[in-house]
Design a protein around this ligand. Structure first.
Ligand SMILES: [Zn+2]
Length: 271
């Protein structure tokens, strides 16, 4: 017998689910959200976990190819109830394909946005921010959590250099900004995804810049020379969440093989 072969402990899907929920408890999610187990049998043994932002048919194909019977995504596959499971649309086809293949899906969405050490802390880490704190802290059943983070750049940056730095660190192809600030950028507020609801909080907290994934046209008005708005795309703002999943699972269940998805699920293409 190979000396290591007997040590390969089996881990069940429910153990990974509980490790993820321990890091980002489900009560932390927003009321409209549907984080948690989406599909699958939790008593099954994990053959491997594919980590991604969105679940679509291409991701299921990648899971099959990589022999992963668990997909961990940031965005939930299911938001509303399904009244039919057929080939009528992409979500239904994906559900059908997952069930046929015996692949489970777990999604950690706004519960992970709001958790300490969650999505926005990961973005702050990519930017090398220090002194990172919750931007809009709250307390849910004794757990400290909240929306957005704010932190300090290692050294002050010229506004244009800052935007280019963000693009590079986040591997983004474009950045939509308001008028470039004439003062240096030191404090940066962050909210992955659609974060414009936090801009006034960012100003109040003394941020020089506000980084988010997407924002409506009219929201750009009125912050000139107050806040350097920097909008890099929803996918680009959150795609390092897969690396965060890898850290969480690696710590709690080191026996499990985790794979960061190679499939780019961004539905938006820049021409
Ligand atoms: Zn998102």
């Amino acid at each position: 017998m190979h000396p290591h072969s007997k040590n390969i402990a089996s881990v069940k899907i429910k153990q990974v689910l509980s490790a993820l929920e321990q890091f980002a408890p489900l009560p932390l999610q927003e009321s409209w959200d549907n984080a948690g187990l989406q599909i699958g049998l939790t008593e099954a043994e994990v053959s491997g976990a594919l980590l991604c932002l969105d679940v679509n048919e291409a991701i299921v194909d990648e899971a099959l190819q990589k022999q992963c019977n668990l997909i961990v995504s940031h965005h939930p596959l299911l938001f509303r109830g399904l009244k039919q499971i057929s080939d009528a649309n992409d979500v239904q086809r994906t559900v059908m394909k997952l069930i046929k293949a015996g692949i489970a899906v777990v999604s950690m969405h706004t519960n992970l946005d709001n958790a300490l050490g969650g999505v926005n802390f990961k973005i702050a880490e990519r930017l090398g921010l220090t002194d990172v704190q919750l931007l809009a802290p709250k307390n849910v059943g004794g757990t400290e959590c909240g929306s957005g983070v704010i932190g300090t750049l290692p050294s002050p940056m010229d506004a244009q250099d800052f935007v280019l730095y963000v693009k590079r660190q986040m591997e983004a192809q474009s950045a939509a900004c308001n008028e470039l600030m004439k003062r240096p950028i030191r404090r940066v507020a962050i909210c992955g995804g659609a974060g414009d609801f936090l801009m006034d909080e960012a100003l109040k907290a003394g941020a020089d810049a506000f980084l988010t994934g997407e924002m409506h046209y009219h929201q750009y008005f009125g912050y000139e020379q107050q806040l350097q708005i920097c909008v890099i795309g929803h996918y680009e703002s959150e795609h390092f969440t897969a690396a965060l999943f890898q850290e969480i699972i690696g710590k709690a269940c080191p026996e499990i093989r985790t794979e960061i998805a190679e499939t780019n699920t961004n539905p938006i293409h820049y021409i």
